[in-house]
Design a protein around this ligand. Structure first.
Ligand code: HEM
Ligand SMILES: *[C@@H]1O[C@H](CO)[C@@H](O)[C@H](O)[C@H]1NC(C)=O
Ligand SMILES: *[C@@H]1O[C@H](CO)[C@@H](O)[C@H](O)[C@H]1NC(C)=O
Ligand SMILES: *[C@@H]1O[C@H](CO)[C@@H](O)[C@H](O)[C@H]1NC(C)=O
Ligand SMILES: *[C@@H]1O[C@H](CO)[C@@H](O)[C@H](O)[C@H]1NC(C)=O
Length: 518
């Protein structure tokens, strides 16, 4: 589907490239040869005229047959880790709504807040995840991320409860992990890559939330095997998502083994928690195991509980690590922002190390910094929904782009928060610059569907508060402990957005986040 299918044929190793190219060709071929059923076609056209739909006027320019020039350019720039930077001028030229026909297959891309609102909220029922379910199934099984419809709704209602109940509310749950992070950083010397530390940190916090104990409690070797398996399975999963209906083409033995390892590991925690509920539960554990117990009461099946937990791990771990890493990436490159934040932290907590929610809530500049980081580097930078029945989107049709567009059943629409958040007509001429102050004067209060780091509507992120509290604690304690943190002198500084990026399901810095701590 346009940008989405072909976006990222880069990253491929392990000899997938040929397979991927072939299968993408097949997608085009089958779609091309798909005989549209006449009656459905007529009904769709009737819907189109009833809504005053017009075709999308703007199409991504393609020079070679089937769009091979575009595929080639995307392949090269993704391999160079600069896909978003490469596409930015094209996106600026095309405007916020355009169609893209690659390999005979037409899909749409929209950066229009009204269209995104229609997909994620008003016409929520018309849309589904499509092949994402199958792409992710071997890894995370049956859970909130692979489900649609009533099954999703059930998961969502069930998962809301433990989020409200667990003891992260008072932030005590983060303290121990932040202390470990700080002591890990204190014992490093010279240039430190914060990004790898953040991946360890968010693994510890998220496993504590869902398993009731940190992954740290496990033997070093098993823990590393688990972490490596999780990373590998998550990386292969991102390739499978891109292949859409041909997800099955991307499967290695190591992928199967990694999925198994992650499941066994998570299953071990579930078994232990359930054993402990039979016994006299200690006060600490009965609280810590809230997630597992709540899910088990509802699902009555340890395997289903385990899979939901792996879903949350996938949702919560890399995303928050990416946020933290980009925050420091930007802060050390903007010393005046860093020093203003440092003053705010000093004035609100001084040397106090036990952070409370009330402290964080008072830090209004910190909120602006996090908002601005999530704007420029949304951890989930690109997404797609498939029309599960024929529907419309309100904008992008006709010569001026103001008419609705018909979207037939099975058509995919990509929406790209990364570019949405960099629209100059929404954020001003300096949209590409890091400037947390833009959030201060209330001008962006009405940005609505123009700002979507956590999504909105019925499927909005369930872990938003958890993630923001976790990230805030880490930022505050690091700056409090290392107020002179800065960019290493030998680091090459490039304009925001021109640095190398690692694009999987998530958006990370491809060169990490190197800093000098002092
Ligand atoms: C900065 C950190 C985070 C960001 C930017 C983020 C962003 C998102 C986004 C964009 C979605 C929608 C995905 C989609 O529908 O395609 C989502 C869903 C979700 N997130 Fe987060 N997330 C973050 C942290 C977390 C954390 C820490 C957790 C849990 C511990 C979490 C749990 C979830 C869950 C369970 C969903 C699925 C909701 C549903 O489908 O109904 N997230 N998140
Ligand atoms: C601290 O370092 C240890 C040893 O490398 C690692 O296992 C642990 O996950 C780290 N903890 C945090 C919170 O970064
Ligand atoms: C795209 O949609 C917007 C609505 O946000 C509309 O104002 C604009 O004219 C459209 N542009 C094009 C080129 O279709
Ligand atoms: C950050 O963004 C959210 C979502 O748009 C907004 O509600 C909030 O006011 C912003 N925070 C600040 C400090 O501007
Ligand atoms: C990109 O991310 C993947 C998946 O997390 C990881 O395996 C790979 O090492 C990363 N590459 C770079 C250059 O950071």
């Amino acid at each position: 589907m346009g940008l989405v299918t072909s976006r990222n044929l880069g990253d491929l190793e392990y000899g997938f490239s040929t397979l991927v190219t072939l299968s993408t060709l097949l997608v085009g071929y089958f779609t091309y040869n798909y005989v549209l059923r006449r009656r459905e076609y007529e009904a769709d056209m009737a819907l189109a005229s009833q809504h005053g739909c017009q075709p999308m006027a703007v199409a991504y320019p393609v020079k070679w047959p089937l769009g091979f020039d575009v595929l080639k350019a995307q392949y090269i720039n993704n391999a160079n880790k600069r896909l978003f930077a490469f596409q930015q001028p094209h996106i600026d030229n095309l405007g916020p709504n355009f169609s893209m026909t690659l390999l005979g297959n037409t899909g749409y891309t929209t950066l229009d807040p009204d269209n995104i609102e229609a997909m994620l909220s008003s016409n929520f029922e018309d849309w589904c995840m499509g092949s994402r379910r199958n792409a992710l199934h071997p890894f995370i099984g049956e859970g909130i991320f692979t489900q649609d419809g009533p099954a999703w709704k059930h998961s969502r209602e069930m998962l809301r409860r433990p989020f409200l109940k667990t003891h992260y509310q008072d932030l005590k749950a983060f303290n121990q992990h932040v202390n470990n992070l700080i002591s890990n950083l204190s014992s490093s010397t010279g240039v430190v890559d914060l990004q790898t530390h953040f991946y360890s940190f968010t693994l510890a916090t998220t496993t504590t939330l869902i398993f009731g104990q940190a992954v740290e409690s496990v033997e070093g070797e098993d823990r590393d095997t688990f972490a490596n398996s999780f990373d590998y399975a998550s990386w292969i999963s991102s390739l499978r998502i891109r292949l859409q209906d041909f997800y099955w083409a991307c499967r290695t033995n190591r992928y199967g083994d990694s999925c198994r390892t992650v499941k066994d590991f998570a299953g071990g925690f579930v078994d232990e928690a359930l054993k402990n509920t039979d016994k006299e539960a200690t006060a600490e554990n009965s609280n810590g195991y809230a997630f597992i117990q709540d899910l088990y009461d509802e699902l009555k099946d340890p395997v289903l509980v385990r899979d939901q937990l792996v879903n949350i791990l996938l949702a919560g771990r890399d995303t928050t690590a990416c946020l933290l890493s980009w925050t420091f990436f930007l802060l050390v490159r903007h010393p005046s922002t860093l020093s203003r934040l440092c003053q705010e932290i000093q004035s609100i907590i001084g040397d106090e190390q036990e952070l409370a929610r009330a402290h964080i809530q008072k830090m209004s500049y910190l909120k602006c910094v996090l908002n601005e980081t999530l704007r420029l580097y949304p951890p989930v930078p690109i997404n797609v929904r498939i029309a599960q029945r024929t529907t419309t989107i309100p904008r992008g049709g006709g010569p001026d782009g103001t008419s609705p567009v018909l979207v037939r059943r099975g058509t995919g629409i990509g929406y790209i928060p990364y570019y949405l958040h960099r629209r100059k007509d929404l954020y001003g001429e300096d949209a590409l610059d890091f400037r947390p102050e833009r959030w201060e004067d209330g001008k962006l209060d009405s940005i609505g569907w123009g700002y979507l780091p956590f999504h909105a509507g019925p499927r909005a992120c369930l872990g938003k508060d958890f993630a923001l509290m976790e990230a805030s604690c880490a930022v505050v304690r690091i700056i409090q402990t290392f107020p002179d943190i800065r960019v290493p002198p030998e680091e090459k500084i490039v304009p925001t957005g021109q640095e190398k990026q690692n694009l999987t399901i998530f958006l990370a810095s491809a060169e990490g986040c190197r800093v000098l701590l002092q």
